[in-house]
Design a protein around this ligand. Structure first.
Ligand code: DX5
Ligand code: ZN
Length: 230
């Protein structure tokens, strides 16, 4: 995974057909997805439950590229090894998930994985200031995590811009997750994000057997973001 700041589209399979995940992953990659974003929810840290490491392991053979696992779970430390073994390339934990996030990030890197830290809308991005040398990605949540299809929270744009300045020359991606559409993609790209997670805006109008809509949707989001940064 060589580092670059070009715009990457990471469809969230939270908006895919849960009965057809393998085919959905193959379809979005064939249609131009850069990464596949996998949302793990525990019904405790967030008010919704999706699936765990066994599902991630089952998905792995269907994803050729980057498997980006977003853990919305607490506690998180006891489960890191399972997600590493499941074949995640990036493991992202929430800064709000426990009191010892520094240890969590160390553990992810010890497992040989890229480490991500996610920040909820109500958390100041300065909460990750001491962690920037030990992460590969900061995920700014632009909705309160738990559900797809929510509205983008505009106040997070300023946070993304502040984070971009804090990161400086470090090889750290800024990922934005929640409410990304052709309307909001230019705003987050301009503020400094390079990884755009999108669920409903990618999967709308298509299916694994009619995947062309996924390609059209991703191309539109990418074009809108790229146009904003020139
Ligand atoms: C929210 C998840 C997101 C979500 C994005 O808790 O982390 O990845 O699925 O979905 P949309 O793009 O529909 O807001
Ligand atoms: Zn996510």
């Amino acid at each position: 995974m060589p580092f670059n700041r070009s715009i990457k589209i990471a469809p969230s399979i939270l908006a895919a057909d849960f009965a057809n995940f393998g085919a959905e992953c193959r379809a979005i990659e064939a249609q131009g997805a850069d990464w596949v974003h996998v949302d793990v929810m525990d019904g405790h840290f967030v008010p919704n439950l999706t699936f765990g490491a066994t599902m991630c392991a089952a998905l792995r053979p269907h994803i050729k590229g980057v498997m980006d696992v977003h853990l919305m779970i607490a506690p998180v430390d006891p489960y890191l090894e399972a997600y590493a073994k499941a074949g995640a390339d990036i493991i992202t934990a929430h800064v709000e998930a426990g009191s010892h996030i520094h240890r969590t990030l160390q553990a992810i890197r010890m497992l040989g994985k890229k480490a991500g830290i996610a920040v909820n809308p109500g958390t100041a991005v300065e909460a990750v200031a001491e962690l920037l040398d030990m992460v590969d990605l900061v995920c700014v949540m632009t909705v309160s995590p738990g559900f797809g299809g929510q509205s983008f929270i505009e106040s997070q744009l300023e946070k993304i811009a502040r984070l971009r300045a804090m990161i400086g020359d470090r090889p750290v991606h800024i990922e934005v997750d929640g409410g990304v559409t052709t309307a909001t993609a230019p705003l987050v790209a301009k503020a400094g994000a390079d990884v755009l997670v999108a669920g409903s805006a990618v999967f709308k109008g298509g299916s694994a057997s009619v995947p062309e809509a996924y390609g059209v949707n991703m191309a539109a989001i990418r074009a809108a973001a790229e146009a904003a940064i020139g």
